[in-house]
Ligand binder design. Structure first.
Ligand SMILES: [Zn+2]
Length: 309
């Protein structure tokens, strides 16, 4: 199975300071994990920057401009909220993260590869239309979805988010857009506080909250019984995965108890659903995951499943 792996070393220059969990070491851990013989079949490339036009399909022009104007001198940081900061390199990293999402869509929609995984940062699923939040600046998954629609004529796109936190930003952007389905499993209660099952957008949002302490069986049941049936019924032309690995039992920011095997399982299930409905087209974007060992092992399990499925 042809799988594209996109990453960029400049995404590791975005640094929110000593001790911040969303650290450059996260990418280095994934690079090491995928630098092995079993991943030799991956097509590896580096993304370019997203354009204003691509970002403005998701965020208002004045928001995009305001974020990109924040370029503090080397060694200084600008705080945007309690836990989201920008250094001298953050704007470029954000452009590369969104650009990777766009390039992955281009490659998958052109049929040059069937799946793609983007290991980039900052992540995206907490960024709302007009607000950076929770380590996120641009809503990369929605940038991918809207690019598939605008540039490749894909009618319906599903965003499948298994990060342990609710993707409030992705939901905020798409909740009035019936051409994009947003599916999310996440721990509740937990940051950011949204994601109740009652939040259904315009009928295009399905949230499956999980109790603290829930394990892989509860996670799989949520996907099997609630989220995957909604995905199949929607019959999208492309599946975008918001791949956060912080539902792992070792993660310090949450209390779910998933293992690498659960991430492999959900990846295979999403690929199988994509094979049924949309020619197998899957674009996966890194979101959270803050225990470096668990992150590396989980991302490897995810990519192994993309290669196999
Ligand atoms: Zn998360």
């Amino acid at each position: 199975m042809d799988v594209l792996f996109l990453t960029h070393r400049d995404c590791a220059l975005h640094d929110m300071g000593e001790g911040h969990p969303e650290s450059p070491d996260r990418l280095r851990a994934i690079w090491r994990a995928l630098d092995r013989e079993e991943f030799a079949a991956l097509h590896r490339d580096t993304p370019g920057e997203a354009t204003r036009e691509q970002l403005e399909r998701v965020h208002p022009p004045d928001y995009v401009e305001a974020i990109l104007r924040i370029r503090p001198p080397e060694g200084e940081m600008v705080p945007l909220d309690g836990d989201t900061l920008m250094n001298a390199h953050s704007a470029r990293a954000a452009l590369l993260a969104a650009g990777a999402a766009v390039q992955a869509v281009d490659e998958v929609c052109a049929g040059r590869v069937r799946r793609a995984f983007c290991a980039t940062r900052p992540p995206g699923h907490h960024a709302e239309r007009r607000r950076p939040m929770g380590f996120c600046l641009f809503a990369n998954a929605v940038v991918a979805a809207r690019h598939a629609q605008a540039a490749h004529g894909v009618e319906r796109v599903a965003i499948c988010d298994f990060d342990v936190h609710h993707g409030n930003g992705s939901q905020d952007v798409v909740q009035d857009d019936p051409s994009i389905l947003f599916l999310s499993s996440h721990q509740m209660p937990l940051y950011p506080g949204t994601g109740a099952a009652e939040e259904t957008g315009c009928g295009n949002v399905v949230n499956a909250p999980l109790r603290p302490g829930a394990d892989g069986a509860a996670f799989r049941a949520a996907w099997e019984n609630t989220l995957l049936p909604a995905l199949r019924a929607f019959a999208p032309g492309l599946v975008v995965i918001s791949a956060g690995f912080d539902a792992h039992a070792r993660d310090p920011l949450a209390q779910l108890r998933l293992t690498e095997a659960d991430f492999a399982w959900v990846t295979e299930a999403l690929c199988a659903a994509a094979d049924d409905g949309c020619g197998g087209r899957v674009v996966s974007l890194l979101e959270g995951g803050y225990d470096l060992h668990a992150l590396a092992a989980s991302a490897a399990a995810h990519v192994r499943a993309l290669l196999r499925a």
